[in-house]
Design a protein around this ligand. Structure first.
Ligand code: HEC
Ligand code: HEC
Ligand code: HEC
Ligand code: HEC
Ligand code: HEC
Length: 408
């Protein structure tokens, strides 16, 4: 057998190996120790003790041990919240403190965690197993748990837990009403009552005077101009302030002040934040057809007005913002003044004839006539004709003592 020649170098491999080995052992010990210190071990241990006291050792043996994970490939979620929230599916702990409280069961019947996970409703960082990283808000993590703690810091009125409804509505956006989502439902009601669609397209329906709002919830915080906003600089706070007084944040806007209460503005802001591209497959989006259609009553009223003496105002789209009471045209939103007496009113307010006003309109009408309803000079003549007809009718009705203008 051949004999190897002795190495000319000093033999240091053994001490090096010894040191590497020692480091490995030490790091394993430290890693294990750190891991044992995770809060979740404490919560699981606590819960097991509570179950044992309440139901005996046999039941306590059923308390899951170790990391719990719900993997929902369709939603791209791996949620470990149940690692601490051990009682989620454990009846009998409805009155306990978190994380040992039984989950409200109704909502989980229609949305089983196996198919929905936890974060699709609650937000939060699904794979985290420590409290702060799981709940947020922490740095570089944009999606904190939308719970009472965050609701408190956003000064929500009445329902501190309402922010979660942002997530409900990314799936339920086509519902007219969603039981369990009171803020969203109020927001949707206001969108109808205040006539936001007069100027904004939402779900493919509406005007073009303001920006399309269908996916406005995707706007990144950096895209907001916070320079005129005092207090918290969040997208939510921006929308609440903007809804309450649009001109305070965007001085040259034509968006009207709707005199909303704080709750109404917060409900609308919650709805606005929910208008995102849903990161979920179509099967998770309830509601058919997907266009939030108008009710038969709304369609019927419009059809009736389209054939009456005020048909032109309806067909041209003026009625989206204006009533013309003398012709029985009633605007759902009444964003602008009743046009029955516009001939006289324009003269009184602006010191201009109606012809002059329509030829070179100011304020909201300059935006309307340049972006949403573009009229040729001939069509403007027709418009003036109809406005004069309305005014003639107005004077006639006034002479007989009727109240010919829709009240605001
Ligand atoms: C379909 C939506 C949905 C899913 C999925 C869901 N929850 Fe909930 N969760 C709710 C609702 C609704 C409430 C009740 C909120 C309220 O009282 O206003 C709730 C309440 C809670 C609470 C109590 C919150 C509080 O403010 O007191 C915790 C904790 C919780 N859920 C954890 C979980 C965990 C963990 C999972 C996953 C296993 C999960 N949830 C899955 C909708 C959901
Ligand atoms: C390491 C343990 C732990 C993990 C992991 C964990 N939680 Fe919690 N959670 C708690 C504890 C403890 C409380 C009660 C104290 C508190 O509010 O911080 C709580 C409270 C809550 C509340 C009520 C508080 C609020 O702000 O409304 C919600 C909702 C909640 N958790 C959701 C979740 C969700 C969703 C996940 C998964 C992304 C999750 N938790 C992961 C321990 C945990
Ligand atoms: C990931 C998408 C998704 C999320 C998030 C979601 N839902 Fe649903 N929800 C659904 C689907 C899908 C259905 C089943 C619809 C059907 O059967 O037509 C449903 C059904 C419902 C129903 C009808 C249940 C029944 O018994 O018929 C209600 C009410 C409801 N959801 C409320 C909520 C609330 C409140 C939230 C937020 C806490 C929420 N949903 C979050 C997708 C979602
Ligand atoms: C008369 C027209 C008009 C009406 C009615 C109107 N808006 Fe606006 N809105 C605008 C214009 C113009 C802008 C762009 C300038 C600004 O930000 O104010 C705007 C901006 C917005 C923005 C910010 C969009 C973005 O990309 O930052 C939101 C959100 C919004 N409107 C919501 C609403 C809601 C909700 C309603 C109903 C309560 C409503 N608007 C009614 C004209 C209108
Ligand atoms: C998106 C909403 C909207 C639409 C659509 C709209 N208007 Fe207006 N209009 C307004 C608002 C708001 C005012 C009040 C402007 C102001 O006071 O500066 C107004 C004012 C007017 C005035 C002046 C009325 C007065 O009494 O001072 C006339 C005339 C008028 N509009 C005609 C029309 C006609 C004609 C159409 C259809 C071709 C139309 N408008 C469509 C929002 C609208």
């Amino acid at each position: 057998m051949e004999r190897r020649t002795n190495s000319p170098y000093p033999r240091i491999d053994r001490p090096v190996l010894a040191i590497v080995g020692l480091v490995l052992v030490l790091s394993t010990v430290m890693f294990t120790k750190n891991d044992r210190e995770h809060e979740w071990r404490y919560y699981q241990h606590e819960f097991k003790t509570v179950v044992e006291q309440k139901y005996g050792a046999e039941k306590a043996a059923l308390v899951p041990a170790g990391l719990q994970q719900i993997w929902v490939p369709a939603l791209g979620r791996a949620d470990r919240c149940m690692t601490c929230h051990v009682a989620t599916r454990w009846p009998g702990f409805e009155g306990a403190e978190e994380p040992f409280r039984t989950h409200p069961s109704g909502i989980l019947k229609s949305h089983p965690p196996e198919t929905f996970g936890c974060t699709s409703c609650h937000g939060g960082q699904g794979w985290a197993v420590d409290v702060d990283p799981a709940h947020g808000p922490i740095e570089h993590w944009e999606e904190p748990v939308l719970g009472a703690t965050l609701g408190e810091s956003y000064s929500l009125v009445e329902n501190k837990r309402a922010l979660m409804q942002i997530n409900c509505n990314t799936c339920h956006r086509y519902d007219r009403e969603t039981p369990g989502a009171d803020f969203i439902n109020l927001g949707k009601q206001l969108v109808r009552d205040k006539g936001c669609r007069a100027c904004h397209t939402i779900n493919n329906r509406g005007g073009t005077i303001g920006p399309d709002l269908t996916f406005v919830g995707d706007k990144a915080p950096e895209q907001y101009d916070f320079s005129r906003l005092s207090g918290q600089k969040t997208a939510f706070a921006w929308h609440v302030a903007h809804l309450k007084e649009p001109k305070a944040l965007v001085p040259d806007t034509v968006m009207p002040n709707f005199h909303l209460s704080t709750k109404e503005a917060q409900a609308l802001a919650t709805l606005i934040m929910s208008w995102r591209r849903a990161p979920v497959p179509a099967a998770f989006i309830p509601g058919v057809p997907r266009t939030d259609p108008r009710t038969p009553a709304e369609v019927e009223t419009e059809t009736r007005m389209k054939t009456g003496p005020g048909a032109w105002f309806v067909q041209t789209g003026c009625f989206v913002c204006h009533s013309v009471k003398v012709f029985d045209v009633v605007s759902p939103a009444q964003i602008g003044p009743d046009l029955s007496n516009a001939v006289e009113d324009v003269q009184a307010r602006f010191g201009r004839t109606i012809d002059d006003f329509l030829a070179s309109p100011t304020g909201t009408m300059s935006v309307v006539l340049s972006r949403q309803i573009v009229l040729t000079p001939e069509q403007k003549k027709i418009a003036i004709g109809h406005l004069r007809e309305a005014f003639a009718e107005y004077q006639k009705q006034k002479a007989t003592g009727e109240k010919p203008v829709a009240s605001h």
